[in-house]
Write a protein that binds this ligand. Structure first.
Ligand code: ZN
Length: 497
């Protein structure tokens, strides 16, 4: 059994949820008891199970199309050119020069965010996040790894965060080579420029939750900037709902000969990295191998692409990252935050981490000429609408529970957000799909209730989840029941004593 708590804004108390081993009669008896507890603490019990007569919110948000239309490939190109212009952005490169090296690059990125902030009346909090790293294989001597963070503070739920990240640093063949030309045009000036452009576009609006635009440092040397940001966020109890790690969003010509500007990939872990042994035992009986919060975030991105980005399909890849390789979403997953990697579908490995050279007629190097700015803009637009939709939506439901064994219906129950965090809440949507389907297939808006029963839908045959919906129709990601799918870190879900 488990109980789940939010790190802030308590007052709703604890609630219980069914465990795996309590099946059949035991489960039914227990759930009755739990319902009584829930009624005591919820204050919404009068609504439980009663369908709201409220009309379902709209499913189309014209403002998201406006956001897509505002993203500029020209500005992204200009910023990638500028980043490439620093010669190298290697983590161990010069920090004093105004024109070359990682120091000049991060100062320029910070100034960029400050300029965007000035244009919106100071709507961004811009700061460096510094960690001192030493004694590592790729950072032998003490080095300041300096990320640049810009926060657009949310109006009603400022402690909830959705994050878009790119990376500041670059590398060539020798991971310790801090002086050679290392343009890192695609890896990862493209993601960095995308985050800056998303900030330009989204700072024209005000959101309920906070949006973070992050230039993470030290990626190539061992994911150090992301580790630092994840640790600080965990320490400060940020409710991170989503991290979109954009790492290489500008290549469309694959080394395998495929050239395609209509597909992007979203990588996500299926089983959360912070799963406990207890959660693993529960999963054996309830499923959830493909329903971590990160995976349901990937499904959200896929749906946003289908609805709002013309000529873009998402290939959801059911794994943490490319085979055996790493990226800056991982440190967030490590501490229990939902995070995915967004990137091009077709890679050219001759253009990654390579000294610029020609060998037997083959060109190597991550040069500007190989970046497709329109494609980077398309993926930036995807990030922007997804960030906007999440930040306007209510927080995802918590304490989601499910029951329905040995009866022809399925009941879901969940906790509402604190009223202050979601003044715009219209209600909830229950989703379900076949166990073999990659994407949610059916849904029903059930109104502002905390319990819903799907009659004649047999629990054994589907996977279920719940999303929150705002009056304007902005939806949270779908939450799979229990701690397996919860959008908070596992150690914020305390096992019962
Ligand atoms: Zn790289």
């Amino acid at each position: 059994m488990y109980r789940e708590r939010l790190p802030r804004g308590g007052g709703r108390g604890w609630r219980r949820a069914p465990g795996a081993v309590l099946l059949g009669l035991a489960l039914m008896l227990w759930s009755l008891a739990s319902r009584l507890v829930a009624q005591e603490v919820s204050g919404r019990q009068a609504d439980a199970g009663v369908r709201s007569v409220r009309e379902a919110p709209p499913t189309e948000q014209p403002v998201l199309r406006e956001i897509v239309g505002a993203v500029s490939a020209e500005r992204i190109e200009a910023d990638i050119r500028r980043l490439v212009g620093f010669g190298t952005r290697h983590t161990l490169s010069d920090t004093l020069s105004e024109t070359r090296g990682i120091g000049a690059a991060r100062r320029w990125i910070k100034a960029r965010f400050e300029g965007i902030s000035a244009a919106c009346g100071g709507c961004l909090e811009v700061f460096y996040q510094v960690s001192l790293v030493s004694g590592q294989r790729r950072i032998p001597d003490t080095t300041a790894v300096v990320s640049v963070i810009a926060i657009q503070r949310g109006t009603t739920d400022p402690d909830r965060y959705v994050v878009m990240s790119g990376d500041i640093d670059s590398r060539v063949s020798d991971p310790l080579d801090a002086t050679s030309e290392s343009p890192g045009a695609n890896d990862n000036a493209s993601g960095m420029a995308g985050a800056i452009e998303a900030a330009r576009v989204l700072t024209r609006y005000r959101f309920n939750a906070s949006i973070v635009y992050a230039g993470l440092a030290g990626e190539e040397q061992g994911l150090f900037g992301g580790q630092r940001m994840a640790a600080v966020a965990k320490e400060e109890k940020w409710r991170i709902e989503a991290v979109f790690n954009n790492d290489m969003i500008g290549n469309i010509d694959g080394q395998n000969g495929v050239s395609d500007n209509t597909v992007a990939r979203v990588f996500s872990e299926g089983i959360r990295a912070d799963e406990t042994e207890q959660m693993s035992r529960l999963r054996r009986f309830t499923g959830g191998e493909v329903d971590s919060p990160s995976r349901n975030l990937a499904r959200y991105v896929d749906r946003m692409a289908d609805r709002y980005i013309p000529n873009l399909d998402i290939m959801m890849v059911y794994r943490l990252d490319r085979f055996g390789r790493g990226g800056h979403h991982r440190p967030f997953n490590d501490v229990g935050f939902p995070a995915v990697r967004i990137m091009e579908a077709n890679e050219d490995y001759r253009r990654q981490h390579q000294d610029i050279r020609v060998e037997k007629g083959v060109e190597y190097g991550d040069v500007l000429e190989e970046v497709e700015f329109d494609f980077a803009a398309k993926l930036t637009a995807l990030n922007a609408v997804t960030l906007a939709s999440l930040a306007w939506a209510p927080p995802p439901p918590s304490e989601v529970q499910i029951e329905g064994a040995v009866r022809p219906s399925t009941t879901l129950r969940w906790a509402p957000p604190d009223a202050g965090q979601a003044p715009q809440l219209a209600g909830y949507k229950v989703y379900w799909r076949l166990t073999t389907s990659p994407q949610w297939e059916w849904s029903e808006f059930v109104g502002d209730v905390t319990e819903s029963t799907l009659e004649n839908i047999v629990i054994d045959n589907y996977i279920f989840g719940v999303a929150s919906v705002s009056e304007d129709g902005f939806e949270s990601p779908v939450v799979f029941p229990g701690p397996i799918g919860a959008f908070s870190p596992a150690d914020w879900i305390v096992p019962e004593g």
